[in-house]
Write a new protein. Structure first.
Length: 249
């Protein structure tokens, strides 16, 4: 029988798990089509977690039973438990092969449609360009744009000095090694509907989320969209600083 969830878990116990965490990915892209099946788009999902054994004798090793320490904990037939502490999802756009960016984004959701203004016209080689406000100021030369739709971190891991940011940066590294641009619309997704209408709660929460992305080198673009240019040092320096802080560099 699993022990009763504790009210909290020691931050040291969590930090000790960093060396065991692994990133897991899933994605799909179509060979042909339009809108949702545009072959120039790839939907992706990622998690950070590990597989643990609930038979460990030392209660200190059973941190995953503590309240808010995981986003999910799924037992398997062999008696192990697959735990997840971070979940992320988004869309990668191939500027060379995307057919209709407007329809590809709009068909997915109103949230994705908000990223349409990031894109401009095609160049003489047929590549989709960025909006003029970004095209002339972006230093990276990749042919992919990565849109981050959602990132969730288990509550117990928050406030530990940047674990969520570190894991997000590592996820993005594997999603696309050389993107032209990374874009996100910062939003406090954990607030329930009633709190979203309460300005005294929503505004500070939104500001906190924006500060988090800003610390990774993201800057405001337009329409509530924030972007990171991998070709600028602000992004790479922020990631390297986190890796050094947690002994990964």
């Amino acid at each position: 029988m699993a022990p009763s969830p504790a009210d909290s878990v020691d931050s040291g116990q969590l930090l000790d798990q960093l060396e065991f965490l692994e990133l897991r990915f899933d994605s799909h892209a179509h060979l042909a089509g339009s809108d949702l099946t545009d072959p120039g788009t790839s939907d992706w999902w990622a998690t950070a977690g590990m597989t643990v054994s609930p038979d460990e004798d030392d209660p200190a090793d059973q941190w995953y039973f503590s309240e808010n320490a995981t986003l999910s904990a799924k037992p398997d037939p062999q008696g192990y438990v697959d735990v997840s502490i971070l979940e992320a999802s988004g869309l990668t756009i191939d500027l060379q092969h995307v057919d209709g960016i407007f329809d590809a984004l709009d068909a997915r959701s109103s949230d994705y449609a908000k990223f349409i203004p990031l894109f401009g016209n095609r160049d003489e080689y047929g590549f989709l360009g960025l909006d003029d406000r970004l095209q002339s100021t972006t230093h990276a030369f990749g042919t992919h744009v990565v849109i981050v739709d959602r990132v969730r971190l288990a509550p117990a891991w928050r406030g530990l000095g940047g674990i969520g940011r570190l894991l997000t940066a590592r996820v993005l590294r594997w999603i696309c090694s050389d993107p032209r641009l990374i874009a996100v619309q910062p939003f406090p997704i954990d607030l329930d509907r009633s709190l979203l209408r309460d300005a005294s709660v929503f505004e500070p929460a939104l500001d906190k989320v924006r500060r988090t992305w800003a610390s990774l080198g993201f800057v405001p673009a337009f329409g509530g969209i924030w972007v990171a240019d991998p070709g600028r040092s602000a992004y790479s320096n922020a990631v390297e600083a986190l890796e050094r802080k947690f002994g990964l560099r």
